[in-house]
Design a protein around this ligand. Structure first.
Ligand code: EPS
Length: 389
């Protein structure tokens, strides 16, 4: 059985964004309202630009469902673009530093940057959020929760408790336009975005994802392409404007001795029924991944987003038609899309976790997936008495 996968199609100002999802088991009730809620959250956050006033992102489910339940066939989701003027949109000849404009124009042998930028645009993340939010319908069956939020913006750092629960994080994050659980930094972040806006500039930041309820053993240490840390880094690193991805302590682990990095293992029989099967750690510097596999602790992934590359103040560039020095064009753009990136990371990671889940607990139907998980959970709890067959 092929694994869970998705592909997207669509341009920023084309008719629609489309995503094809294959490999979900039959018998899964899909929460379409959850998908649309995540699409709305992606459009929001303080610092978004004019395009978000035009679009009302909503997913049309074109295939793969009968009465709201998967039937094992490929699913197609379509998000129409209201601003679909790709044929009329003007040429862009002055590539924006930081965007796909220059490399894409040279790659496709054109002086019109629009061909490349239409597909490179972060609008494509709407399709990826739809796929990830769809995959959450599977994760939810097993009480796995993914929570993405903003931890840094324009150099201002949020402080988020290591032991916060998923529900606490969601409640705190959803209470403000910055999508950060730390209410004390919201005003400073808003002020920083306003200042950047006035200067015609843009701001980046760091987003964090925590995934709760994952059992040990998702991913593998046996094949490089299926190591879960590698899969997550590729998935998150492929998001527009992401320039760095960390798991757990990340780069900080390189600065400390091993005794200050690795998470000592303890056994607590009272937690035998939790997804960690009783194996607990007092720290989680590994971010829930060891050897390319989940280890039963909370998964922690962080991503660094560069500032958006469309600047109202413009930047030095070269007109590809004349090869003369000129400033970049400006139409409209976001000042800051870091809150939106937290939604994208959350849903993209959810998809990869669902993929890893079905890699370990595979089956054509949800019943078989559940049975595979229940068998594994019972077998782990019976260790060391019974050895694996
Ligand atoms: C985006 C849609 C785009 C931009 C933004 C993200 O719409 P438009 O180009 O028509 O204004 O607002 O794209 C970028 C940041 C980018 O660099 O391409 C969206 O739906 O998220």
């Amino acid at each position: 059985m092929p694994g869970l996968s998705y592909r997207t199609a669509g341009e920023s100002h084309g008719k629609a964004l489309t995503v094809l999802v294959e490999g979900l088991p039959a018998g899964l009730a899909v929460d379409i309202e959850l998908i649309n809620r995540e699409l709305r959250r992606r459009q929001g956050g303080y610092g978004r630009g004019g395009r978000m006033n035009i679009e009302k992102d909503k997913a049309n489910m074109l295939s793969g469902l009968r009465r709201g339940v998967t039937i094992g066939s490929p699913l197609v989701l379509q998000i129409p673009n209201r601003d679909h003027r790709i044929d009329e949109a003007p040429e862009i000849n002055r590539p924006r530093p930081g965007h796909a404009d220059l490399a894409g124009s040279l790659k496709w042998l054109t002086t019109d940057c629009r061909n490349a930028l239409e597909r490179a645009s972060a609008r494509e993340t709407a399709a990826r959020v739809a796929a990830g939010a769809l995959a959450k319908s599977l994760l939810r069956q097993f009480d796995v929760q993914c929570v993405g939020f903003v931890v840094e913006l324009g150099g201002i750092r949020a402080s988020v408790a290591d032991d916060a629960s998923a529900d606490q994080l969601i409640a705190a994050r959803d209470a403000n336009e910055l999508y950060t659980p730390d209410a004390s930094v919201v005003q400073a972040m808003i002020a920083a975005i306003r200042e950047a806006e006035q200067a015609g500039d843009t701001l980046g930041g760091v987003v964090e994802l925590r995934a709760f309820g994952l059992p040990p053993g998702l991913g593998t240490c046996t094949a490089w392409q299926d190591k879960l840390d590698g899969r997550l880094m590729q998935a998150v690193g492929s998001i527009q404007a992401i320039k760095g991805v960390e798991v757990g302590l990340g780069f900080e682990a390189a600065r400390r001795p091993g005794s200050q990095v690795h998470d000592a293992i303890h056994f607590d029989p009272a937690q035998r029924d939790r997804p960690n099967f009783g194996f607990v750690r007092k720290t989680n510097n590994a971010g829930g991944l060891e050897g390319g596999m989940t280890n039963g602790q909370t998964l922690i992934v962080r991503a660094a987003m560069k500032p958006i590359s469309t600047l109202r103040q413009g930047m030095d560039s070269v007109n590809l038609e004349t090869l003369h020095a000129e400033r970049t064009d400006y139409e409209r753009s976001d000042v800051c899309a870091v809150p939106a990136a937290s939604v994208v990371v959350e849903n993209i990671v959810a998809f990869e976790l669902a993929r890893a889940w079905l890699g370990k607990f595979s089956g054509d139907t949800l019943r078989e997936v559940r049975a595979a998980y229940d068998f594994y959970a019972a077998a782990v709890r019976s260790l060391p008495a019974a050895q694996p067959e």
